[in-house]
Ligand binder design. Structure first.
Ligand SMILES: Cc1cc2nc3c(=O)[nH]c(=O)nc-3n(C[C@H](O)[C@H](O)[C@H](O)COP(=O)(O)O)c2cc1C
Ligand code: SF4
Ligand code: SF4
Length: 268
Protein backbone atom coordinates (compact mmCIF):
# COMPACT_ATOMS: atom_id res chain seq x y z
CA UNK A 1 0.00 0.00 0.00
CA UNK A 2 1.24 3.50 -0.90
CA UNK A 3 0.46 6.56 1.16
CA UNK A 4 1.27 10.24 1.24
CA UNK A 5 1.52 12.35 4.37
CA UNK A 6 1.08 16.09 3.81
CA UNK A 7 2.54 18.04 6.72
CA UNK A 8 2.99 21.60 7.89
CA UNK A 9 5.80 22.21 10.38
CA UNK A 10 7.35 25.52 11.46
CA UNK A 11 10.03 24.33 13.82
CA UNK A 12 10.33 20.63 13.09
CA UNK A 13 8.21 18.91 15.78
CA UNK A 14 5.47 17.88 13.37
CA UNK A 15 7.96 16.86 10.72
CA UNK A 16 9.76 14.67 13.25
CA UNK A 17 6.46 13.02 14.23
CA UNK A 18 5.81 12.38 10.54
CA UNK A 19 9.26 10.79 10.19
CA UNK A 20 8.34 8.49 13.08
CA UNK A 21 5.08 7.52 11.39
CA UNK A 22 6.93 6.88 8.14
CA UNK A 23 9.44 4.69 9.92
CA UNK A 24 7.09 2.78 12.22
CA UNK A 25 3.98 2.12 10.12
CA UNK A 26 4.40 -1.34 8.64
CA UNK A 27 1.38 -1.62 6.35
CA UNK A 28 2.09 1.43 4.20
CA UNK A 29 5.04 2.92 2.36
CA UNK A 30 4.62 6.59 3.27
CA UNK A 31 5.93 9.52 1.25
CA UNK A 32 6.21 12.77 3.24
CA UNK A 33 5.45 16.10 1.61
CA UNK A 34 5.76 19.58 3.15
CA UNK A 35 2.67 21.56 2.06
CA UNK A 36 4.91 24.61 1.55
CA UNK A 37 6.69 22.79 -1.31
CA UNK A 38 4.93 23.32 -4.60
CA UNK A 39 3.79 21.63 -6.77
CA UNK A 40 1.88 19.23 -4.55
CA UNK A 41 1.94 15.57 -5.64
CA UNK A 42 -1.26 14.10 -7.08
CA UNK A 43 -2.93 12.28 -4.20
CA UNK A 44 -4.82 10.00 -6.62
CA UNK A 45 -1.60 8.01 -6.95
CA UNK A 46 -1.84 7.00 -3.29
CA UNK A 47 -4.13 4.59 -1.43
CA UNK A 48 -4.21 6.62 1.79
CA UNK A 49 -3.58 10.28 2.55
CA UNK A 50 -2.30 11.61 5.88
CA UNK A 51 -2.51 15.21 7.10
CA UNK A 52 -0.37 16.62 9.90
CA UNK A 53 -0.05 20.09 11.35
CA UNK A 54 0.95 21.98 14.47
CA UNK A 55 -1.57 23.81 16.66
CA UNK A 56 -1.88 27.54 16.06
CA UNK A 57 -3.72 29.55 18.70
CA UNK A 58 -6.01 26.61 19.56
CA UNK A 59 -6.86 26.00 15.92
CA UNK A 60 -5.18 25.41 12.55
CA UNK A 61 -2.40 27.58 11.04
CA UNK A 62 -3.81 29.82 8.26
CA UNK A 63 -1.27 28.49 5.74
CA UNK A 64 -2.45 24.93 6.38
CA UNK A 65 -6.08 26.06 6.36
CA UNK A 66 -5.61 27.45 2.83
CA UNK A 67 -4.09 24.12 1.78
CA UNK A 68 -7.16 22.31 3.19
CA UNK A 69 -9.57 24.73 1.51
CA UNK A 70 -7.92 24.05 -1.86
CA UNK A 71 -8.15 20.25 -1.61
CA UNK A 72 -10.33 18.68 -4.30
CA UNK A 73 -13.60 17.05 -3.19
CA UNK A 74 -13.20 13.29 -2.59
CA UNK A 75 -15.53 10.32 -2.68
CA UNK A 76 -14.52 8.21 0.30
CA UNK A 77 -10.72 8.27 0.06
CA UNK A 78 -9.21 6.91 3.31
CA UNK A 79 -7.26 9.46 5.32
CA UNK A 80 -5.69 9.96 8.74
CA UNK A 81 -5.00 13.11 10.76
CA UNK A 82 -2.16 14.08 13.08
CA UNK A 83 -1.61 17.17 15.18
CA UNK A 84 1.09 18.38 17.56
CA UNK A 85 0.60 20.89 20.37
CA UNK A 86 2.74 22.50 23.05
CA UNK A 87 0.22 23.30 25.76
CA UNK A 88 -3.43 22.85 24.82
CA UNK A 89 -4.60 21.58 21.44
CA UNK A 90 -8.01 23.25 21.59
CA UNK A 91 -10.00 22.32 18.53
CA UNK A 92 -7.12 21.67 16.13
CA UNK A 93 -7.54 17.90 15.66
CA UNK A 94 -11.34 18.12 15.59
CA UNK A 95 -11.34 20.92 13.04
CA UNK A 96 -8.84 19.05 10.88
CA UNK A 97 -10.82 15.80 11.00
CA UNK A 98 -14.20 17.46 10.49
CA UNK A 99 -12.94 19.39 7.47
CA UNK A 100 -11.39 16.28 5.90
CA UNK A 101 -14.63 14.34 6.36
CA UNK A 102 -16.57 17.27 4.88
CA UNK A 103 -14.21 17.15 1.87
CA UNK A 104 -15.29 13.55 1.27
CA UNK A 105 -12.34 11.77 2.90
CA UNK A 106 -13.02 8.97 5.39
CA UNK A 107 -10.76 9.74 8.35
CA UNK A 108 -9.96 6.34 9.85
CA UNK A 109 -7.58 7.52 12.61
CA UNK A 110 -6.61 10.79 14.27
CA UNK A 111 -4.21 11.75 17.03
CA UNK A 112 -2.98 14.82 18.85
CA UNK A 113 0.50 14.62 20.43
CA UNK A 114 1.83 16.82 23.23
CA UNK A 115 5.26 18.12 22.21
CA UNK A 116 7.70 20.77 23.42
CA UNK A 117 6.41 24.34 23.07
CA UNK A 118 7.48 26.49 20.10
CA UNK A 119 5.57 29.66 21.05
CA UNK A 120 8.18 32.17 22.29
CA UNK A 121 5.87 34.12 24.68
CA UNK A 122 5.22 30.85 26.58
CA UNK A 123 8.83 29.65 26.40
CA UNK A 124 10.06 32.80 28.15
CA UNK A 125 7.51 32.17 30.91
CA UNK A 126 9.13 28.78 31.50
CA UNK A 127 6.24 26.88 29.92
CA UNK A 128 8.54 25.17 27.42
CA UNK A 129 7.24 21.64 28.08
CA UNK A 130 10.68 20.39 27.24
CA UNK A 131 9.89 16.87 28.52
CA UNK A 132 6.69 16.38 26.53
CA UNK A 133 5.31 13.89 25.77
CA UNK A 134 5.36 12.04 29.11
CA UNK A 135 5.45 8.23 29.20
CA UNK A 136 1.66 7.91 29.17
CA UNK A 137 1.24 10.18 26.16
CA UNK A 138 4.13 8.54 24.31
CA UNK A 139 2.41 5.19 24.84
CA UNK A 140 -0.87 6.66 23.55
CA UNK A 141 1.01 7.80 20.43
CA UNK A 142 2.41 4.31 19.93
CA UNK A 143 -1.10 2.89 20.41
CA UNK A 144 -2.32 5.25 17.70
CA UNK A 145 0.39 3.96 15.35
CA UNK A 146 -0.65 0.38 16.17
CA UNK A 147 -4.36 1.10 15.59
CA UNK A 148 -3.64 2.89 12.33
CA UNK A 149 -1.45 0.01 11.16
CA UNK A 150 -4.29 -2.46 11.94
CA UNK A 151 -6.80 -0.39 9.98
CA UNK A 152 -4.41 -0.08 7.04
CA UNK A 153 -4.01 -3.87 7.02
CA UNK A 154 -7.82 -4.19 7.00
CA UNK A 155 -7.95 -1.84 4.00
CA UNK A 156 -5.38 -3.97 2.17
CA UNK A 157 -7.58 -7.02 2.87
CA UNK A 158 -10.68 -5.15 1.60
CA UNK A 159 -12.27 -5.32 5.05
CA UNK A 160 -14.49 -2.26 5.65
CA UNK A 161 -12.92 0.32 7.98
CA UNK A 162 -15.02 2.72 10.01
CA UNK A 163 -14.64 6.46 10.37
CA UNK A 164 -12.92 7.51 13.60
CA UNK A 165 -14.82 9.47 16.19
CA UNK A 166 -12.59 12.30 17.44
CA UNK A 167 -13.25 13.28 21.03
CA UNK A 168 -11.72 16.37 22.60
CA UNK A 169 -12.13 17.27 26.28
CA UNK A 170 -14.84 19.68 27.40
CA UNK A 171 -12.33 22.49 28.01
CA UNK A 172 -10.82 22.11 24.54
CA UNK A 173 -14.33 22.09 23.17
CA UNK A 174 -15.40 25.26 24.95
CA UNK A 175 -12.27 27.36 24.50
CA UNK A 176 -12.30 29.43 21.30
CA UNK A 177 -9.29 29.75 18.95
CA UNK A 178 -7.61 33.18 19.16
CA UNK A 179 -8.49 35.80 16.60
CA UNK A 180 -5.65 37.16 14.45
CA UNK A 181 -6.16 40.54 16.13
CA UNK A 182 -5.56 39.03 19.58
CA UNK A 183 -2.52 37.08 18.34
CA UNK A 184 -1.04 40.23 16.77
CA UNK A 185 -1.62 42.18 19.96
CA UNK A 186 0.12 39.50 22.02
CA UNK A 187 3.14 39.58 19.69
CA UNK A 188 3.45 43.35 19.32
CA UNK A 189 5.64 44.86 16.60
CA UNK A 190 8.54 42.99 15.00
CA UNK A 191 11.89 44.77 14.83
CA UNK A 192 15.36 43.81 13.66
CA UNK A 193 18.64 44.60 15.35
CA UNK A 194 20.67 45.76 12.35
CA UNK A 195 23.90 45.32 14.33
CA UNK A 196 23.21 41.59 14.54
CA UNK A 197 21.47 41.00 11.21
CA UNK A 198 23.74 39.56 8.50
CA UNK A 199 21.14 40.17 5.76
CA UNK A 200 21.07 36.41 5.09
CA UNK A 201 17.38 36.44 4.09
CA UNK A 202 16.45 33.28 6.01
CA UNK A 203 13.61 35.06 7.83
CA UNK A 204 12.03 36.10 4.51
CA UNK A 205 12.43 32.54 3.22
CA UNK A 206 10.72 31.11 6.32
CA UNK A 207 7.80 33.56 6.15
CA UNK A 208 5.04 31.68 4.33
CA UNK A 209 2.84 34.79 4.35
CA UNK A 210 5.16 37.00 2.24
CA UNK A 211 5.22 39.54 5.05
CA UNK A 212 8.99 40.16 4.87
CA UNK A 213 10.95 42.07 2.24
CA UNK A 214 14.72 42.46 2.40
CA UNK A 215 16.01 46.05 2.12
CA UNK A 216 18.79 45.13 2.93
CA UNK A 217 17.58 44.05 6.41
CA UNK A 218 14.09 42.54 6.79
CA UNK A 219 11.11 44.88 6.69
CA UNK A 220 7.89 43.50 8.19
CA UNK A 221 4.43 44.10 6.74
CA UNK A 222 2.12 43.99 9.77
CA UNK A 223 -0.97 43.58 7.56
CA UNK A 224 0.39 40.43 5.96
CA UNK A 225 1.94 39.01 9.13
CA UNK A 226 0.02 36.04 10.55
CA UNK A 227 1.99 35.88 13.79
CA UNK A 228 3.59 32.47 13.21
CA UNK A 229 6.89 33.52 14.86
CA UNK A 230 8.88 31.57 12.21
CA UNK A 231 11.14 34.55 11.42
CA UNK A 232 11.87 35.10 15.12
CA UNK A 233 12.45 31.40 15.84
CA UNK A 234 14.71 30.75 12.86
CA UNK A 235 16.95 33.82 12.76
CA UNK A 236 20.45 32.38 13.32
CA UNK A 237 21.63 35.66 14.88
CA UNK A 238 18.56 36.12 17.16
CA UNK A 239 18.31 39.56 15.55
CA UNK A 240 14.51 39.73 15.43
CA UNK A 241 12.71 41.04 18.50
CA UNK A 242 9.47 42.62 19.71
CA UNK A 243 8.70 45.13 22.47
CA UNK A 244 8.28 42.15 24.83
CA UNK A 245 10.87 39.58 23.71
CA UNK A 246 14.50 39.99 22.77
CA UNK A 247 17.36 37.44 22.54
CA UNK A 248 15.49 34.62 24.34
CA UNK A 249 12.63 32.14 23.83
CA UNK A 250 13.59 30.72 20.43
CA UNK A 251 12.60 27.24 19.20
CA UNK A 252 14.01 26.52 15.76
CA UNK A 253 14.23 22.73 15.83
CA UNK A 254 13.01 19.81 17.95
CA UNK A 255 14.83 19.64 21.27
CA UNK A 256 17.08 16.59 21.87
CA UNK A 257 14.71 15.03 24.47
CA UNK A 258 11.88 15.05 21.98
CA UNK A 259 14.08 13.79 19.15
CA UNK A 260 15.17 10.89 21.34
CA UNK A 261 11.58 10.05 22.30
CA UNK A 262 10.51 10.02 18.67
CA UNK A 263 13.26 7.53 17.86
CA UNK A 264 11.98 4.99 20.42
CA UNK A 265 10.48 1.96 18.70
CA UNK A 266 6.77 1.49 19.27
CA UNK A 267 5.81 -0.32 22.46
CA UNK A 268 2.25 -1.45 21.72
C1 LIG B 1 2.32 31.04 16.77
C2 LIG B 1 2.18 29.80 17.58
C3 LIG B 1 0.96 29.49 18.14
C4 LIG B 1 0.83 28.32 18.90
N1 LIG B 1 -0.39 28.04 19.47
C5 LIG B 1 -0.51 26.93 20.22
C6 LIG B 1 -1.75 26.62 20.86
O1 LIG B 1 -2.75 27.32 20.74
N2 LIG B 1 -1.82 25.51 21.63
C7 LIG B 1 -0.74 24.69 21.80
O2 LIG B 1 -0.87 23.70 22.51
N3 LIG B 1 0.44 24.93 21.19
C8 LIG B 1 0.57 26.03 20.41
N4 LIG B 1 1.76 26.30 19.80
C9 LIG B 1 2.87 25.31 19.94
C10 LIG B 1 3.03 24.42 18.73
O3 LIG B 1 1.78 24.02 18.20
C11 LIG B 1 3.81 23.16 19.08
O4 LIG B 1 4.99 23.45 19.75
C12 LIG B 1 4.08 22.34 17.82
O5 LIG B 1 4.60 21.08 18.17
C13 LIG B 1 5.05 23.02 16.88
O6 LIG B 1 5.16 22.23 15.74
P1 LIG B 1 6.26 22.46 14.62
O7 LIG B 1 7.60 22.37 15.30
O8 LIG B 1 6.04 21.35 13.68
O9 LIG B 1 6.03 23.79 14.03
C14 LIG B 1 1.93 27.45 19.07
C15 LIG B 1 3.16 27.78 18.49
C16 LIG B 1 3.29 28.95 17.75
C17 LIG B 1 4.63 29.27 17.14
S1 SF4 C 1 17.33 35.68 9.47
FE1 SF4 C 1 18.16 37.12 10.95
S2 SF4 C 1 20.22 37.54 10.21
FE2 SF4 C 1 19.10 36.64 8.51
S3 SF4 C 1 18.23 38.41 7.40
FE3 SF4 C 1 16.69 37.74 8.85
S4 SF4 C 1 17.02 39.02 10.66
FE4 SF4 C 1 18.87 39.15 9.41
S1 SF4 D 1 6.64 38.19 9.57
FE1 SF4 D 1 7.42 36.56 10.90
S2 SF4 D 1 5.76 36.19 12.38
FE2 SF4 D 1 4.89 37.36 10.67
S3 SF4 D 1 4.05 35.80 9.31
FE3 SF4 D 1 6.12 36.24 8.59
S4 SF4 D 1 7.43 34.73 9.62
FE4 SF4 D 1 5.45 34.76 10.66
Amino acid sequence: MKGILFYHSNSGNTQLVCNTLQHQLQAVKLTLHDVADKPLPDMNQFDIVGFATWTYFLGLPPFFQTFLDDLPQQTGKPAFAMNTFGMMSGQAIKRLTDQLNAKGFVVIAAHSLHTPESYPPYIIKGWDNIDAPDTKLLKAFHNFIGELDKKLTQLIQDTPVTKTNVKIGLFNHLIRPYSLTKARKQMGTLFVDTNLCTECGLCAEKCLYNAITMNPNPMFDAEKCHVCWACFNHCPEKAIFTEKIKSVGHYSEPNPHFTEKMSVEKVY
